[in-house]
Structure formats: C-alpha cells, structure tokens
Design a protein around this ligand. Structure first.
Ligand SMILES: Cc1ncc(COP(=O)(O)O)c(C=O)c1O
Length: 392
C-alpha cells in the first residue's frame, strides 16, 4: 500500500513515554513513566478556572495571550529570574511549553541549520528539530555529575549553528546547570550569534539548596534567549496546556506568527486561572520544593535498596538509574519486564539518547506522585528485588 506519510513524519517514532503510560494502564501498574502528578492541583486555581468559565471567558483570547496572564508572567519572571520583559511585546502564551518550544524553533531555525542539544535529552527535542528541518548536534552530559566537556561544546558551535537547547533543571538527569556552565554557554552564544532556547519548566523543583539560574539573566543574553515555561509542572496542571515563550521583541514577533497559525491560542479561561496561579503567595514554591524533596528521598532510597544504581537528582522530578548489572538484554527489555511482571512503568533510557546504545543500561523513574503511590511502587520494587535475588 502507498505510504502517505511525509518524510518528516517518518523520521521519528511515537513517544515512548506516552506509550509506556498506555502499557501501564493495560497492566494496571504504578505509572512512574510519564511525568504528571496523581495528586490534585491547588484548589484556588481550579476555582478561578471555574469562575472564568462562568464569567463567559469562553471565546478566543488575543492570540499571543490574555493581557492579564502576560502581565503576571512578566511580574514573576522579574522577581524569580531577575529579568524585566515587556508583556506587550516580549511574551507569547502558547499551548503548553511543548508548543512554545516548537513554535520558537520554527520561528528562528532555517532548513539545514544546526541546533545543539545536550544528551540525554527530553524526547520532544529530537522531533522538534526534525520538524524544523534542522540537524541536531548532540553534546553528551556525562554521569555521575552530568557535566559537559567544554572542548566538545566549543567545537560544536559553527557558522551553521542557530540555537542551543538548554533544559535546567533537567529531564531526565535532574541536573541543575551551574552559573559557570551557563556563563560558558552564554559566551559561545554571544561569540557565534546563537540563540539559547531554554526550557525552565522545573525551575521551582530544586533540592539540597540548588539554585535555578536563567541564562537570559546573564550579561548580553536577554536579547539572545528564548525562555520557555508553563504551568504544567509548577502548579500540577499538565492537562491545561498553558505555557509561554519569553524573548526579545524581535524574536517574539516571529514566534507569535508561527504560534498564531499553529494553534491560534491557549484555552482562554485557563489563561485567566493561570494568571492567578503565577500570583500565588511565594511560600507556595518553598512548600512545593520541600514536598518533592521528600518524594525524591523516598524513591531514591527504595531504588537503592532494590539494587538500582541511582543518579541522585538536584532538581526536576525524575531519577535516572543504571540497570546494566541486572543482566537484561537492554533497557527496553528491562522496562517491559518491569511493567509486565512487576507492575511498574518506567521509561527506557534509550528514549533520551540519539543512539539507543547510549541509553541501553539506563531506566528513568518519575516521582510526582502521592506518597501512597510511591509506597505501592516500593512494595513492587521489593518484590522485583526478591525475584531477582532468587534468579542469581
Ligand atoms: C523538559 C520538559 N519540557 C516540556 C515538557 C512538556 O511541558 P508542557 O506540559 O508545558 O507542554 C516536559 C514534560 O514532561 C518536560 O519534561
């Protein structure tokens, strides 16, 4: 039969993360694969969405976002990230950071240009660059600290480079990029005229005193950075699909055009509620981080006791592990075995690498879950440990 798919669509596969969620449902397992909370979102935010619907904010909003939400984004970016932006000209509200990322890349990258991506990487960045007809240049982050090699990064910047994607705090490694690392990247961006596209959706989920730094706040980078964020992770609202891109007026003008024709706009009543979320008392963020730290500590201990090699995250809500010593063929075989026999869904490490072999001994767990869900996972992991010991 004739294949009607575009060459572009044939270049990438279905999301492994979302596929694991479906398999998990089939086996009625505990889903530690896809990163979304199983606990409720803040009640006051839900109430404000209901009120917005009742107030009939049910038609298209301004394509680049309601003035109220853009104002709230600008206020929060100023106090938390230390950068002042004009909500009229420098902020675009999108359908989640997923759309903000793809609209931004499409707005700036030409066919054949290169985009530098640190690997392991959040799996969307691969298809994102393919959709722009760009070529990804992968720079390894090496465990256990997930540092990049400065010489390797320096060599990756050329006349063909248009953008570098940064994700801090990082999915899947939990790395929080340091000031020195960001400064090094910023110097290269300024030297080569490269745009830093930085996904900061885990900016409030930080452990052990780690500090989040936005590369847009470094000297010279305000005009050369697109900062991507959303309400998904910070306010536990992954299904609302409200995110944004913050960038200079010149970059924003391009992003807004792509965004307009891709999606027209994010859900109007949810934008109003999102504005209230961004204005919540600042203590909310401290509590959020503390609660996630307790979950991280719990799951890291359980995984360690079950025999996994744990890379302790400094931020975000994932734990990358090494499972090579369990003797499975590869990460995919291991992940399927774990969900089918023991009822725990994870993500095979290879889905975060450009070549499967790079992630073939790794598996990622996520922990945005109620403690009782994590306790169920712990029980299943103890079962896994007992069965593994019997075999050896
Ligand atoms: C690094 C990263 N960026 C973006 C997203 C998607 O965010 P959104 O729900 O805002 O589209 C995720 C979701 O897991 C993520 O981990």
């Amino acid at each position: 039969m004739k294949n009607f798919s575009s060459e572009r669509a044939l270049k990438f596969t279905e999301s492994v993360i979302r596929e694991m969620t479906r398999i998990c449902l089939k086996h009625q397992g505990v889903n530690l694969a896809q990163g979304f909370p199983d606990f409720p979102a803040p009640i006051e935010i839900k109430e404000s969405a209901i009120q917005a619907i009742r107030a009939d904010l049910n038609q298209y909003a301004i394509t680049w976002g309601t003035p109220n939400l853009r104002q709230a984004i600008a206020e929060k970016f100023a106090w938390y990230n230390g950068v002042t932006m004009d909500p009229e000209k420098e902020i675009t509200v999108c359908c989640g950071s997923t759309e903000a990322m793809v609209s931004s890349l499409m707005a700036i990258v030409n066919s054949g240009q290169e985009v530098i991506v640190f690997e392991p990487f959040y799996e969307n960045y691969g298809p994102d660059t393919i959709l722009c007809d760009a070529t990804s240049r992968f720079i390894p982050l090496r465990e256990p600290e997930w540092h990049f090699d400065e010489r390797e990064l320096t060599k990756a910047f050329t006349n063909k480079t248009k953008a570098i994607i940064i994700n801090t705090p990082n999915n899947p490694t939990g790395k929080v990029f340091s000031y020195e690392e960001l400064n090094f990247i910023a110097d290269l961006c300024l030297k080569w005229g490269v745009v830093a596209v930085t996904d900061e959706i885990y900016e409030h989920i930080l452990f052990d005193g780690a500090k989040h730094i936005s590369i847009a706040s470094l000297p010279g980078m305000r005009e050369q950075t697109i900062t991507i964020n959303s309400i998904s992770k910070t306010y536990s609202l992954t299904g609302w699909r409200v995110g944004w891109a913050i960038a200079s007026a010149q970059l924003t003008a391009s992003i807004r055009k792509v965004h307009d024709f891709l999606t027209v706009g994010a859900p109007h009543p949810l934008q109003e509620a999102a504005a209230n979320a961004l204005r919540m008392d600042r203590s909310y963020y401290q509590i959020l981080a503390k609660e996630y730290e307790a979950r991280r500590d719990f799951l890291a201990r359980v995984l360690d006791e079950a025999g996994f090699h744990v890379y302790r995250p400094q931020g975000a809500y994932y734990i990358m592990t090494d499972v090579g010593h369990f003797g499975f063929l590869d990460d995919v075989t291991f992940a399927f075995d774990l969900v089918e026999k023991f009822g725990i869904a994870t993500v095979p490490g290879s889905s975060f690498y450009s070549r499967s072999s790079f992630g073939s001994t790794k598996v990622r767990f996520c922990f945005p879950k109620k403690m009782e869900t994590l306790e169920q996972a712990a029980e299943k992991l103890r079962h896994f440990k007992n069965e593994t010991e019997k075999l050896n």
